[in-house]
Design a protein around this ligand. Sequence first.
Ligand code: ZN
Length: 287
Amino acid sequence: MLVSAKEMLDKAKAGHYAVGHFNINNLEWTKSILSVAQEMNSPVILGVSEGAGKYMTGYKTVAAMVKAMLEEMGITVPVALHLDHGSYEGCKKCIEAGFSSIMFDGSHFSIEENIEKTKELVALAHANGMSLEAEVGSIGGEEDGVVGAGEFADPNECKMIADLGVDFLAAGIGNIHGKYPANWPGLNFDVLAKVQEKTGNLPLVLHGGTGIPADMIQKAINLGVSKINVNTECQLAFADATRKYIEAGKDLEGKGFDPRKLLAPGAEAIKATVREKIELFGSANKA
Ligand SMILES: [Zn+2]
């Protein structure tokens, strides 16, 4: 059964570890992530961007697939199905489709409009037993057409949004989506510490988890980050393993062209990435 992400993240914040949010794109992605979470006895959040939702033919398809997989695979660890960087309309669709958590990304609106829309969606999400993530200070880089300039969140604005009763908060601290450039200055821990000070027990979210060095991840968790989003890293691992399979000519040997064989190395590579992240975030055996 799908659960809201509130309880697992409150527990993570209190226990000083983070829960991984892994974006899904299709059946292979979902199956790989769920099997590793179960194997490691870890809570997990499956993230769906609006683009990925569209790719999979719609949120209803995604919710139905994930719910059926939990049952067919015998998954017993807590799993949240979460809309990633949702628009106002997208959030409403996911509430109807049976997701268990949503992110409303109002970071590109004025703080007044962000507050107004977040407030309305918090009430709607909570009435449906779902958790809601809000965002202050856009995340840099590009994800499914959502381009952020990589601002630092204003701690006072974070407090204003936190006071609306949101369940967890994404605050820009110099993190970006996609691969980090060689001249990236790193996470800004001063901003993170100030945000944490203003928002107290509220779990904080770190987007753009791909390629952040392990020591920075640890420090961020110590400063109150309880959810870390990983997307690009699984994509790179999948592409790399698939390339190796094809370049080795394995698709030309016997029935190597069978999609179940062709996609297997990529699926295994996703599993290895998820295993490594769950280890690093400290959520193994916390289900
Ligand atoms: Zn993000």
